[in-house]
Design a protein around this ligand. Structure first.
Ligand code: UD1
Length: 420
C-alpha cells in the first residue's frame, strides 16, 4: 500500500445523471505496453488511461531500458535493441499484470527473471498455466529467491497447447511468446475477452501472423522479427459497466460516451431484467432507470459470460433491489472478501462457498468501509451512493488503480463525493 492512501467520502443518497466519458481499458493498455518489448523502436499507444497501474508498468519498462512518456492519453515507448530481462519485486508486487512482460522478454532475449507477482487479494491466482504453456514452447522454468526464471536456448518452438481454463493472462503471455517462436503455435481454449483481440491487433500491426482472434483457437505463425507500431486502446468495458450499474442503482440516467454495448451484452441484459431502459447513442450507451431495481441472479464466467470484475457491482445492486438473488463467483475463489464491508452498510448477504445470497433492502446506511481491491472498491462506492448519510471508503488507492478521475466524474453526475 502507498504511504498515504486517499479515501473517498460519499454523502448519500444520490441520483446520478448526465454524461461521462470512458477512457481506454486498463487491462488492455497494460498488456499493450508489455507487448511493446517485442520490437525495438518507437511505439505509440493512444487512448491510454492515466491510472496508477499504467505508471507502474511505465516504471517497469523504464527499468528494462525503455524510455516512456505519457502526454494526455498518448503513450510513447522507445524500446532498445536489447531490453533488460529482470523485473524486480518492488514493482511487480504492486501489480499482477507485471507477469505479462514474461512472454515478450523470454521470446526476445532468451531469458526472463520476473519476481513472483502480487496484485489484488481476490484468490490464489496461480501461474501454472503460464508455466506449462511456455514449457510446451521449449522454455526451461525454475524458481529461485522469489523469482520465476525462464530460459530458452535459441528461439522458442511452435507447439500445440490446450489450456485447461481460458485464462486471460496465460493467453496473452503465450500469444506474445509465440509470435517470435520458430514455427506454428496453436492454442486451444483461449480467453476471448475483447482485451485479447485488442492485443492481437496490435501484434498484427507489428508484423505478427495471428489467426482466430475472438474465437477459442489461436493459430500463430512465428516470424523472425517485429517492428514498432501504433495502436489505440479499446474503451474500458468494466468502467463502462460500472457506470451502467451506478445509473440503475441510483435511479439515474447516464450516457456513457465511448461505452461499447457489444462488449457488455450479458451485464446489460441483466440490467434490463432489473428494470433499466438501455439505448445505443451515436457514441455510446444510455442507461436509464426510474424505479427500484428488481433483484438479478448472476454467475460470473469467462467472456462472453458475466465478468467477474463486475461481480461486486452485481452484489451491491442486489443489496438494495426488490427481492432476493444469488450471485455465484466462478472465476476467483476469494472474491467475496468485500462482502463483510458491504454488510457494514446494512446489506443482508450470506456467503456459502462461491455463492452469495442477497436479500434486498430499500436503503443502506453510510459507515466507514475499506476497499479490498479495485472492483470491490468501486462496488463499495456504488453502495455508498445508495446509502443514507456519510460513507468513507478507505484504501482508495485500489480504486485509483482502475478508475481515472472517479471522484470528479461522480461529482459531475451529481453525487456528493470528495477525496480525502
Ligand atoms: C485478468 C484481469 C482481471 C480479470 C480476469 C478474469 C488483468 C490485469 N486482470 O486477470 O481483472 O478479473 O482476467 O477476467 O487483465 N489461474 C490459474 N493458473 C494460472 C492462471 C490463472 O489457476 O496459471 C486461475 C486464476 O487463479 C483464476 C482464473 O484462473 O482463478 C482466471 O485467471 P485469469 O483469467 O488468468 O485472470 P488474470 O489474467 O490474472
Amino acid at each position: 500500500m502507498p504511504e498515504s492512501s486517499p479515501s473517498f467520502r460519499i454523502l448519500g443518497p444520490a441520483r446520478l445523471s448526465g454524461e461521462v466519458k470512458v477512457t481506454g481499458a486498463k487491462n488492455s493498455a497494460l498488456k499493450l505496453m508489455a507487448a511493446s518489448l517485442l520490437a525495438p523502436g518507437t511505439h505509440t499507444l493512444r487512448n491510454v488511461p492515466d491510472i496508477a497501474d499504467v505508471h507502474i508498468m511505465s516504471e517497469l519498462l523504464v527499468r528494462l531500458g525503455c524510455t516512456v512518456s505519457l502526454n494526455n492519453d498518448v503513450l510513447t515507448i522507445d524500446v532498445p535493441a536489447t531490453p533488460g530481462h529482470k523485473a524486480e519485486y518492488d514493482l511487480v508486487r504492486k501489480m499482477r499484470a507485471s507477469i505479462n512482460v514474461l512472454g515478450p522478454i523470454l521470446t526476445r532475449v532468451g531469458i526472463a527473471e520476473i519476481s513472483l507477482p502480487g496484485g489484488d487479494a481476490i484468490g490464489s491466482r496461480g501461474l501454472d498455466f503460464h508455466i506449462s504453456g511456455l514449457e510446451a514452447l521449449g522454455a526451461t522454468i525454475t524458481f529461485e529467491h522469489g523469482f520465476i526464471i525462464a530460459k530458452v536456448d535459441g528461439r522458442l518452438k511452435g507447439a500445440t497447447i490446450d489450456l485447461v481454463f481460458p485464462s486471460v493472462g496465460t493467453t496473452e503471455n503465450l500469444m506474445t511468446a509465440a509470435v517470435l517462436a520458430k514455427g506454428t503455435t496453436t492454442i486451444n481454449n483461449v480467453a476471448r475477452e475483447p482485451d485479447i483481440s485488442d492485443l492481437g491487433e496490435y501484434l498484427i500491426s507489428m508484423g505478427a501472423k495471428i489467426q482466430g482472434l475472438g474465437t477459442q483457437t489461436l493459430v500463430i505463425e512465428g516470424v523472425d522479427s517485429l517492428k514498432a507500431a501504433e495502436h489505440s486502446t479499446l474503451p474500458d468495458r468494466i468502467v463502462s459497466g460500472t457506470w451502467a450499474f451506478a445509473a440503475v442503482m441510483t435511479g439515474g440516467d447516464i450516457t456513457i460516451q465511448g461505452g461499447r454495448a457489444d462488449h457488455l451484452e450479458l451485464p446489460l441484459d441483466k440490467l434490463v431484467a432489473s428494470g433499466a431502459v438501455i439505448t445505443s447513442t451515436p457514441d455510446g450507451i444510455r442507461v436509464k432507470m426510474d424505479k427500484r431495481p428488481i433483484a438479478i441472479d448472476v454467475a460470473t464466467l469467462p467472456y462472453p459470460g458475466f465478468p467477474t470484475d463486475l461481480q461486486p457491482m452485481a452484489i451491491a445492486l442486489n443489496a438494495i433491489a426488490d427481492g432476493s438473488a444469488i450471485v455465484t463467483e466462478n472465476v476467483f475463489e476469494a472474491r467475496f472478501m468485500f462482502v463483510n464491508e458491504l454488510k457494514r452498510l446494512g446489506a443482508r448477504i450470506t456467503v456459502d462457498g462461491h455463492h452469495a445470497a442477497i436479500a434486498g433492502i430499500k436503503q443502506l446506511s453510510g459507515a466507514p468501509v475499506v476497499a479490498t481491491d479495485i472492483r470491490a472498491g468501486a462496488g463499495l462506492v456504488l453502495a455508498a451512493l445508495v446509502s443514507e448519510g456519510i460513507t468513507i471508503v478507505e484504501d482508495g488507492f485500489h480504486i485509483d488503480r482502475g478508475y481515472p478521475n472517479f471522484a470528479e466524474d461522480l461529482r459531475s453526475l451529481g453525487a456528493d463525493v470528495t477525496r480525502i
